[in-house]
Design a protein around this ligand. Structure first.
Ligand SMILES: Cc1ncc(C[n+]2csc(CCO)c2C)c(N)n1
Length: 221
């Protein structure tokens, strides 16, 4: 069985918990309070920079030239998405440059960003990919799920369309294929580490949305 099928099946309960969490239910219904979406896009702008760096490290570790192209392209897309957040969503949802400058990474964002960067730098290439995969795959699944049931009109339509769109899904299929190819020739120990990384990153996806819903902040300053 390919790694991806195994990992998805093992984390199905976690995915179901993510799909039905209050943030995503409210996003689909179009009732998500603006304040919570503002928190989300500010943190996502921070996250996407770290995510882009982690992808660039994965590109540098790739075992073939296709991998270098695949992950350096993905790193570039992460920064393009981050810039689009600034150019479009920040303006649309009333987030100023000053709001962003004054908002440090939340604990959940800090944890997820640090985890991806540490894993990309310190772990073998297949384990780094297994940590990066949920970020792609869960957004593709959540995007399509919400797209299929979104209320119309919906202030979050552009966000939903991006992650339900074919361009994004094609990139996700590519990351799944590369991860499966590497898992197939990895040692049992590396395969085990890949499963641990996949589950950890899936938990961190949940924590990222939960933090936006609860306006997560540092308990002491
Ligand atoms: C917390 C968090 N997780 C996943 C994504 C999804 N995402 C955005 S851009 C991109 C691909 C970049 O090549 C992916 C997978 C997100 N935005 N925020």
């Amino acid at each position: 069985m390919p790694f991806s099928r195994d990992a998805w099946d093992a984390n199905l309960g976690l995915y179901e918990t993510i799909r039905s969490m209050p943030f995503n239910e409210a996003l689909a219904a179009g009732t998500l309070p603006a304040e919570r979406f503002q928190h989300y896009i500010i943190q996502d702008a921070h996250y996407l920079i770290a995510f882009g760096r982690a992808l660039a490290v994965a590109a540098a570790k790739a075992d073939d030239t296709d991998g270098i192209v695949q992950f350096s392209e993905a790193a570039k897309v992460a920064i393009i998405v981050e810039r689009a957040l600034h150019a479009d969503y920040f303006r649309q949802f009333g987030v100023t440059a000053d709001d962003f400058a004054r908002a440090p990474l939340s604990p959940a964002c800090h944890h997820y960003s640090s985890y991806l960067l540490a894993t990309a730098w310190a772990e073998p290439y297949p384990v780094a990919l297994a940590a990066l995969l949920p970020c792609f795959w869960i957004y593709a699944e959540v995007g399509r799920d919400i797209h299929g049931r979104a209320a119309e009109p919906n202030p979050y339509r552009a966000w939903i369309d991006t992650y339900a769109g074919e361009d994004f899904h094609a990139a996700v299929r590519g990351v799944i294929a590369t991860t499966d190819r590497l898992a197939a020739k990895a040692s049992p120990e590396t395969q085990g580490a890949m499963h641990v990384a996949f589950t950890r990153a899936t938990q961190l996806e949940w924590m990222f949305w939960d933090s936006a819903w609860n306006l997560g902040d540092w308990p002491v300053r």
